[in-house]
Design a protein around this ligand. Structure first.
Ligand code: ASP
Length: 656
């Protein structure tokens, strides 16, 4: 497939084409697959760059404005949502139609705002979601349309890798991602992406519809706009599915209906959010990565995996053929709580032989609800021959997890087996009993206030916990933070200024607490009311260890390049080497200029800060940049009568 942006002419894709004949692991080159049409707002997509080059800052002539904005990338792969009826009255995807048509839909695109923001007639400008009452940010969205558009029944693992790679390549430039997808294999894609996107810190929502978005009666409009609102306004670092007013954990979903508009369910886990009049997110359910590692993508999947559904009287030859090489991983869909006919020694022996050959066999139930458990002899025989329990994983999750785990060539077989039983992305319910003391504390306060309804209790928790966590952070008291967590507090919760405990810990410079919060999955991407991220707090307090820790967790600076240029110039005018180092560690390009075109080098040269010049020179690609007056840093050094600096910057000498 190739892709194009916002309905423009095709750009070259990754060339991963159709993968029907591929049985080897899929490995895609990490390269930029398409050009960003938000380039007025966003710099061109990154390749894997040096930290100094890796930044998320805006370029161009942005108009000053008070409205908070969020940027969402929409990856449109196909599916009913964008289909139209053709001459034969059959639904088929129509290339380049989606963006062209939704530009004319005032309840999906606010043309007036877009014109004010990007200028009239900017046909390639991002789309803008109209103002949504109660939501903090205006959502600007850019659509990448794949070519060809696919019915999801035709999708392969190559397509999963394509989507994962596109998210990876543009990760720093967007606040969230929405994937438009056919519903038939949507749960497989969602499950696979949940594993492939490692240490995910932003919201990824896959959605589609049962009726095309262009029809009068459609669920496509609601699903699409709700997905955009959530992806732009809520940090839910999971791969989710939005469908029929519910946000579901992607790897827990199954398609349950081919005609209801409520087509998806997550049988063993409640919805992460409901959309009614308001968006109600249950933050206690959110699965957060708890390792201090940067977001990355694993594109290598092994296609030699399969689903084997047991049925009464299944023949040995069918069974044997299925388990034969090159098969490397099998989801055995057993009866009830994990049972197979234990009187079929032929089948049990076959499983034992395959397992000894290194095939990973994972036992999942055929029941939509519930888990496999070792409670009957008919299930126990499986454990005895090396079959691994898949607990309450859906077949879709178990299959894509096998493809992912087996594709991890660096993991030995034993580690792979261990990973299949571990909860990697919230896809299975661990058997370790949880000690739920949730809400004891809130209950006590609620009683004294005579509150009792679940809504009142939730509201009270949302009000009390952020304040209490912040108090514990301010005191540097990890034990207290842990106790609050045990009481049901969401450590990622934010106060009325949308600030999290991580903002505070970074501002206070408490490395230990920052590390503790990150290990507990607190997001590095949440922006407060003033658009500041925890990384900005760490830069403002020049805490280099914290900056490095946040960066290793995938944090990056946001904001316009001009604003960052101003900050750099301000630091240079104060002679603050430490602040320049902070920006550099945070991945900022030190050659960014302020609105008058001056860089920190100009300012340091003018003020005679030679130490700063020495520090910056290795990071500056062009030391002869001119400001709006046509002056270079060298000219400033001359005017400031700083001979030794002029000597360092003298273009004639540099060329010698
Ligand atoms: N066959 C379509 C697909 O999966 C169904 C849909 O989108 O609802 O692409």
């Amino acid at each position: 497939m190739s892709s194009n942006e916002n309905g423009s002419a095709n750009a070259n894709g990754n060339g991963n084409g159709n993968g029907n004949e591929c049985s080897a692991p899929i490995s895609l080159p990490l390269k930029v697959s398409s050009q960003c049409s938000l380039e007025k707002v966003i710099p061109p997509s990154p390749t894997l760059q040096s930290p100094a080059m890796r930044r998320n800052v805006s370029e161009g002539n942005l108009i000053a404005q008070d409205v908070k904005e969020a940027r969402v990338r929409v990856i449109y792969t196909g599916g009913t949502i964008g289909m139209m009826r053709n001459d034969r009255n059959v639904l088929a995807p129509i290339p380049n139609a989606l963006v062209r048509i939704i530009r004319k839909y005032p309840n999906i695109h606010d043309e007036e705002y877009a014109e004010r923001r990007f200028g009239a007639g900017a046909s390639m400008a991002p789309l803008v979601l109209p103002y949504v009452q109660g939501e903090a940010r205006r959502v600007l969205y850019q659509v990448t349309e794949y070519t060809p558009l696919l019915d999801s029944s035709n999708m392969t693992m190559h397509d999963w890798a394509r989507i994962a790679n596109d998210i990876y390549q543009s990760y720093e430039f967007f606040d969230g991602f929405v994937v438009l997808h056919g519903t038939d294999t949507l749960s497989y894609t969602a499950s696979a992406l949940s594993f492939m996107l490692e240490n995910l810190g932003k919201t990824v929502i896959i959605t589609g519809s049962q009726l095309p978005i262009f029809e009068t009666r459609t669920d496509g409009k609601d699903n699409f706009t709700s997905a955009l609102i959530i992806a732009g306004n809520y940090v839910i670092p999971e791969v989710c599915i939005f469908f029929g007013n519910k946000l579901l954990r992607g790897n827990r979903t199954v398609k349950v209906s081919s005609n209801s508009l409520d087509a998806f369910n997550s049988p063993n886990v409640p919805p992460l959010a409901h959309i009614g009049i308001n968006v109600n997110v249950d933050y206690r359910l959110i699965f957060r990565p708890c390792s201090v590692e940067r977001f990355c993508v694993h594109l290598q999947l092994d296609e030699n995996v399969g689903l084997l559904r047991i049925f009464p009287s299944i023949s040995l030859s069918t069974f044997r053929a299925f388990l034969a090489p090159p098969m490397r991983g099998v989801v055995l869909q057993s009866f009830g709580s994990g049972n197979v006919p234990s009187n079929r020694k032929d089948l049990i022996d076959e499983l034992k032989t395959a397992s000894e050959r290194g095939v990973i066999i994972i036992n999942c139930t055929q029941c939509p609800n519930g888990s496999v458990a070792e409670i009957y002899h008919t299930g126990k025989v499986l454990f005895d021959v090396g079959v691994i329990p898949g607990y309450d994983m859906t077949p879709e999750a178990a299959l894509s997890k096998l493809a992912y785990v087996i594709g991890k060539e660096e993991w030995p077989l034993e580690v792979k087996k261990q990973m299949m039983q571990s909860n990697l992305r919230g896809e299975l319910t661990s058997t370790a009993a949880l000690k739920m003391e949730d809400y004891d504390l809130v209950d006590a306060v609620a009683r004294s206030l005579h509150l009792s309804s679940p809504q009142e209790l939730d509201q009270l928790g949302a009000t009390l916990f952020p304040a209490m966590i912040n108090a514990a952070v301010a005191e540097g008291d990890i034990k207290k933070i842990n106790n609050l967590k045990a009481y049901g507090a969401d450590l990622s919760g934010s106060n009325h200024d949308h600030r999290t405990a991580l903002h505070l810990a970074c501002q206070m410079g408490n490395l230990q607490i920052v590390r503790h919060l990150l290990h507990n999955g607190v997001s590095v991407h949440i922006r407060d009311r003033y658009d500041r991220t925890p990384l900005q707090e760490a830069v403002s307090t020049d805490n280099h260890e914290i900056i490095q820790l946040l960066i290793s967790c995938g944090a990056h600076l946001t904001g316009s390049s001009r604003a960052v240029g101003e900050q750099l110039c301000a630091a240079a005018s104060r002679g603050s080497l430490r602040r320049l180092q902070s920006y550099q560690l945070a991945g900022t390009d030190l050659s960014l200029s302020d609105p008058s075109g001056r860089t920190a080098l100009h300012v340091a040269a003018l003020h005679g800060f030679e130490e700063l010049i020495h520090y910056m020179l290795p990071y500056m690609e062009n030391t002869d940049k001119k400001d709006m007056l046509g002056l270079t840093a060298y000219d400033y050094a001359l005017r400031g009568s700083h001979a030794s600096i002029a000597d360092l910057l003298n273009p004639a000498k540099k060329n010698e």
